[in-house]
Design a protein around this ligand. Structure first.
Ligand code: IPD
Ligand code: CA
Ligand code: CA
Ligand code: CA
Length: 276
């Protein structure tokens, strides 16, 4: 097997170019999409722009790396079971691109300018490259394993808060309004009373990038998927942060309930969420 060399073969350049092209296009379509369809529930939405963005990214990646595997949200049947199955079929691939073509579709639909493109490359199950691009703010977060994470050519670093009471925390509400939502509401009820405040801005990948950049000190959510988390997980780690499941186990592609933080408040957050 060929060892993976971080940053080799222009993987990063292709990921950045795909994120930038699709991101610009998405931005140009805000308020102008034509098709709004429901997926697994009335709160799980998709537009032709989500699908078009995914096609654009997939085509570009496959032109450069025809042998690589590809997992994109809109290529998978809706619902948790189908998502788990799709991931199970490819998670150990030698080279797997994991793509969320618009993270923050509901924001995109409503013209709330907080959404992004998320592109990761995993090598035999471990994320080696992650790119999260917010076209509205023209912010491209890029991380390569072992080489740090960058925004506009500068290293990103997590915040320094030592206590939850001094921290700004984010969460999100899952598309399925079942047990994940109930768990999250309990967590929210507890954390909002312990933290400085809580934000819920509607894009898991950007919440992770904001933890990496020190704009948030922590983020948790129940019921996410590999495409929401893969790129952001590496950006957090390469910025000195910590990302685990909600039992404190290390992040893997299969994690669905997630906690990311500056590391310093991680255990406190885990304990509070456990007691919620
Ligand atoms: C959603 C966003 C949102 C989170 C949901 C995700 P999508 O992704 O990340 O912030 O709360 O759980 O499904 O559907 O906009 O790509
Ligand atoms: Ca979606
Ligand atoms: Ca998403
Ligand atoms: Ca999406």
């Amino acid at each position: 097997k060929t060892p993976y060399v971080v940053g080799s073969k222009n993987h990063t350049a292709v990921a950045i170019s795909a994120a930038s092209k699709s991101g610009e296009w998405i931005k140009s379509r805000m308020g102008q999409f034509q098709e709004l369809n429901l997926k697994s529930s009335p709160t799980d939405l998709v537009t032709e722009v989500d699908k078009g963005s995914e096609t654009m990214i997939r085509n570009l990646i496959q032109t450069h790396f025809p042998q690589h595997d590809f997992l994109g949200e809109e290529g998978v049947e809706p619902g948790a079971e189908a998502s788990a199955k799709a991931l199970g079929e490819c998670k150990d691939s030698e080279f797997l691109w994991i793509v969320d073509p618009i993270d923050g579709t509901t924001n995109f639909i409503h013209g709330f300018p907080f959404y992004c493109v998320s592109i990761a490359l995993a090598v035999r199950g471990e994320v080696q490259l992650g790119v999260v691009y917010n076209p509205f703010h023209d912010e491209m977060f890029v991380a390569e394993r072992g080489k740090g994470a960058y925004l506009r050519g500068k290293r990103t670093a997590v915040s320094e808060e030592l206590r939850l009471s001094d921290s700004l925390i984010a969460t999100g509400f899952p598309a399925d309004r079942g047990k994940n939502l109930t768990a999250n509401m309990r967590g929210l009820n507890r954390i909002v009373n312990k933290a400085r405040n809580v934000r819920t801005a509607g894009s898991a990948a950007l919440h992770l990038a904001y933890v990496a950049a020190g704009r948030l000190s922590g983020f948790w959510e129940y019921g996410l998927n590999a495409w929401d988390l893969a790129a952001g997980s590496l950006i957090v780690q390469e910025s000195g942060g910590r990302i685990t499941d909600l039992n404190g186990n290390p992040y893997t592609l299969e994690v669905r309930d997630v906690l990311a933080s500056n590391g310093r408040i991680h255990d406190e957050l885990l304990t509070e969420l456990e007691q919620a």
